[in-house]
Design a protein around this ligand. Structure first.
Ligand code: ZN
Length: 101
């Protein structure tokens, strides 16, 4: 299944930097259709900024998962990580509400 945005990208036949970043989350989750993945990989070859974004994103995700498995990641660290992701990648991940715990 394609999202509306993905259909637009496929129709255009190319992906912009903004769109690339918007798809990163699904890419990291392995949820992207093959054609989308191929388009992202083609874009990466011509755009160092997006290639770098992807590296940072995947690395941070991997780090977060490792941390969470090895020792329970504290809410504080998790929030710091989210902040960093927002900063680096222009995402808008919300901090975990500390008062919930
Ligand atoms: Zn780009």
């Amino acid at each position: 299944m394609y999202t509306e945005e993905q259909v637009m990208i496929l129709e255009k036949g190319q992906i912009s930097c903004d769109e690339f970043e918007a798809q990163l989350c699904d890419y990291a989750d392995g949820e992207l259709p093959k054609t989308m993945k191929a388009m992202m990989e083609a874009h990466e070859c011509t755009c160092e900024a997006c290639a770098e974004s992807k590296r940072t994103y995947l690395l941070t995700i991997r780090l977060a998962r490792t941390l969470r498995c090895e020792a329970k990641i504290s809410t504080e660290i998790e929030n710091r990580l989210r902040e960093k992701l927002n900063e680096r990648l222009g995402l808008s991940l919300k901090p975990i509400d500390l008062s919930m715990n």
